[in-house]
Write a protein that binds this ligand. Structure first.
Ligand SMILES: C[S@@+](CC[C@H](N)C(=O)[O-])C[C@H]1O[C@@H](n2cnc3c(N)ncnc32)[C@H](O)[C@@H]1O
Length: 195
C-alpha cells in the first residue's frame, strides 16, 4: 500500500515538475546564459553535467532538435532515473543519460559543442577537480564552450577555474549579478572556450 502511495506521489510530482521546469530559466543570471542558449543550433551536441533532475536538460533538448543530442550527466543514479522518466513521458528522444564518475564526466572525446556546469563546481571535491575539468576539456570539440553557472560561494570554485585555465581553457566572458544595492552576489556565469 505504501509503495502504491509513493508511486502516486512520485507521478504527481513528475506531472507538476513537467509543467514548472521552464520558469527555472529565470533563475539563471541573464543575459549571458540566454545568449549561449540562443547560440545552440539544431543538430548540436551539448551536455548538462551535474544535471540533477534536468532543469536545463529539457531546455537544451528543445534547442538541439531532433537531429541533435543532449547528454544529461550525473553521478547520482536516482536523478538520472527521474530524467529518463521525463524523457519517456515527454518523448524527448534526443536526451541520453550518462552515469558519470566523480572525476570523469564519461563522454566521448571531441563530442560536444557546449558543456554546461550549473551549480556543479561548488560541490566538487578538490582532490578530483583537475581530472573532472580535464575530462570536460577532452569531451569538448575544438572551440567548444564550457559554461559555468554558480550561485553559491565556495572556496573550490576559483582554484577549479584556475585549473581550467592551466589545462588550456580560455576564459572569454564573465558576468556577475548584483543585488538591488549594487553589491556583488554569489551568482555568476563564466564562459570558457577550448583552444
Ligand atoms: C546543486 S545540483 C545542481 C543540479 C542542476 N544542474 C540544477 O541546476 O538544478 C548538483 C548536481 O551535480 C551532481 N554532481 C556532483 N558532483 C558531480 C560530479 N563530479 N560529476 C557529475 N555530477 C556531479 C549532483 O549529483 C547534483 O545532481
Amino acid at each position: 500500500m505504501s509503495l502504491l502511495l509513493s508511486l502516486i506521489l512520485a507521478l504527481k510530482l513528475l506531472d507538476n515538475y513537467c509543467h514548472t521546469s521552464y520558469p527555472r530559466l529565470a533563475f539563471y543570471p541573464p543575459p549571458l546564459t540566454n545568449e549561449y542558449l540562443d547560440r545552440i543550433k539544431e543538430g548540436a551536441v551539448v551536455a548538462d553535467v551535474g544535471c540533477g533532475i534536468g532543469y536545463l536538460t529539457y531546455i537544451l533538448s528543445g534547442k538541439v532538435g531532433d537531429t541533435g543530442k543532449v547528454y544529461a550527466v550525473d553521478i547520482n543514479e536516482s536523478v538520472l532515473h527521474f530524467v529518463d522518466v521525463v524523457k519517456k513521458k515527454e518523448g524527448l528522444k534526443n536526451i541520453t543519460t550518462i552515469k558519470s564518475k566523480p572525476d570523469d564526466i564519461c563522454l566521448p572525446p571531441n563530442s560536444c559543442d557546449q558543456i554546461w556546469l550549473v551549480g556543479t563546481i561548488h560541490i566538487l571535491d578538490s582532490k578530483i577537480n583537475y581530472s573532472f575539468i580535464n575530462s570536460c576539456y577532452s569531451a569538448l570539440k575544438k572551440n567548444g564552450f564550457l559554461i559555468v553557472v554558480e550561485w553559491r560561494l565556495s572556496s573550490i570554485i576559483e582554484p577549479t577555474m584556475e585549473i581550467a585555465r592551466k589545462i588550456g581553457f580560455r576564459r572569454i566572458e564573465k558576468e556577475t549579478e548584483f543585488d538591488p544595492l549594487g553589491r556583488e552576489t554569489d551568482r555568476y556565469v563564466e564562459i570558457y572556450q577550448k583552444k
